[in-house]
Write a protein that binds this ligand. Structure first.
Ligand SMILES: [Zn+2]
Length: 98
């Protein structure tokens, strides 16, 4: 993880390890959240999904990965799709449901 200004400050101030750890988790959560919101914007996931995985466990990466992998095949005609396509060009079925 990238060491942020906030963390650097805490470390240089000689803050207790627990304090630094807490701040690191906090910053990590923020990074994960903004990353997740980017994915929502790109249509890879939904806000509900982000809320569920961001605040429950670290399964976000794995879940998104499997989801993206699975969606590379058209659910209607089984054609191979490109990562950036929003729907199947052959049968016009959207890659993302819900
Ligand atoms: Zn198709």
């Amino acid at each position: 993880m990238r060491v942020t200004e906030k963390l650097q400050k805490l470390i240089s101030e000689g803050a207790p390890t627990e304090h630094i750890k807490e701040a690191a988790v906090e910053e990590g959560m923020q990074t994960l959240l903004s990353y997740s919101l980017d994915l929502v914007r790109q249509g890879y996931t939904t806000l509900d999904e982000v809320e569920r995985v961001t605040f429950t466990d670290t399964g976000l990466e794995a879940e998104l990965k499997s989801r993206r992998k699975a969606s590379l095949t058209c659910s209607c005609c089984n054609a191979e799709l490109q990562q950036e396509w929003l729907d199947c060009p052959y049968c016009l079925t959207p890659r993302f449901h819900d």
